[in-house]
Design a protein around this ligand. Sequence first.
Ligand SMILES: Nc1ccn([C@@H]2O[C@H](COP(=O)(O)O)[C@@H](O)[C@H]2O)c(=O)n1
Ligand SMILES: O=P(O)(O)OC[C@H](O)CO
Length: 320
Amino acid sequence: MASTSLLANGNMKKPLFSFGVISDVQYADIPDGRSFLGIPRYYRHSILVLQRAVDKWNNHTELKFSVNFGDIVDGFCPKEKSLETVQNVINEFEKFNGPVYHMIGNHCLYNLPRCKLVPLLKMPSIHDYAYYDFSPSPGYRFVVLDAYDISAIGWPKDHPKTIAAIRTLQEKNPNADKNSPTGMTGLEKRFLMFNGAVGKEQLEWLDNILQDSTKQQQNVIICCHLPLDPNAAAAEALLWNYDEVMEVIHRYKCVKACLAGHDHKGGHSVDSHGIHHHVFEAALECPPGTDAFGFVDVYHDKITLFGTDRMATMEMVFDP
Ligand SMILES: Nc1ccn([C@@H]2O[C@H](COP(=O)(O)O)[C@@H](O)[C@H]2O)c(=O)n1
Ligand SMILES: O=P(O)(O)OC[C@H](O)CO
């Protein structure tokens, strides 16, 4: 219905381009379960949601690419099945008639180290980094951030980035279980092991990209598994240094939207600089027969998300 009313309200202009979106498939060939907070999780059904997404994207015919916001496999997947399961989900994505740009999520890293994930996901990045950018149209640039650049999961145990992450968790989280926010208050609750941070080198890279995008008069869409605005997501879901990343982003006027996953219920906000923050609803939490995926029409002055079933439909008009 929402898509119909958006169309009825004069959205008939042809978009510059369109792309597909899905987040938190978290597939595993295991019985249904629940999150720590008791929300049902449909581990076997989630790959069917992905299959229906790819079918719909292919039938759309005009999608230029699709974006997966991370967590394609669940942490409860038996470890001897991790590689096969990740490959099975990637095979489903590869049925899409176009490129798919992936992000790494915490659940991906519970299954495989990043040195295996980055090549499997064919990320156009260097070394084992999972951040990169691409420009699907002259006036637009997409920046994919690596939310687990500084993380206690995914890097070798003795890697400087693992050590830095453990130091942060020790300083900020008083609990023995570093995934527990017990006793922590407000935004401090983000210092959980299932989150991570953007490192110094990536922040400098982001600054350079945004400088260049400004010179080229490009609009920028930021994609990150972890949300970057406290008004769009629970504190427990935020990037550890969302504030530092937003400080870099706010130096420029080119960023129009920050898109994310991880906080399965979804969310939306507009920040003090007029940037839209949108969190996509998880495919994993769709009861059998229901869906959560969508596609986005991109214009020079707005993006319009058309969600299916549990994924909200939303128009995000840019500040002039
Ligand atoms: N409020 C919370 C949320 C989570 N945890 C811990 O994190 C683990 C993963 O959470 P899921 O949302 O994926 O179920 C969970 O097993 C808990 O250890 C928590 O302590 N408090
Ligand atoms: O995807 P999970 O299982 O790490 O859950 C993430 C939480 O929903 C963040 O608050």
